[in-house]
Design a protein around this ligand. Sequence first.
Ligand code: AMP
Ligand code: ZN
Length: 114
Amino acid sequence: MTDCLFCKIVAREIEAEIVLETERALAFRDINPQAPTHVLVVPKAHHADAAALAEADDGLADDVLKAAHAVAVQEGVAPGGYRIVFNTGAGAGQTVFHVHAHVLGGRDLTWPPG
Ligand code: AMP
Ligand code: ZN
């Protein structure tokens, strides 16, 4: 997608602090972190949201989830607990329509989220 912010980060046309790259996923720090660790994990291929990712074939959603967990381990938040969030649709607060998992950790996280 030519006019997609996260496609541009994947293409290295816009800078981001990349923390992990796999064959089909990329993880980079959120520009407006909501926790000490706040990393976004995206598939390199453009899918608008988690619903579209769930319908993608050949295990892409699996790759994104595995990359999200690898980020949590790498960031040192896995032992203390972390959260993976896919805001899906504008009503759930999604603002960038290239699916991304938020990986949040490093502080106590309350439930339910707002
Ligand atoms: P969402 O509201 O779930 O769509 O999340 C979009 C996230 O992208 C927000 O947490 C933003 O802070 C983050 N964001 C927006 N622009 C950038 C950027 N250029 N680099 C990194 N994160 C970004
Ligand atoms: Zn995109």
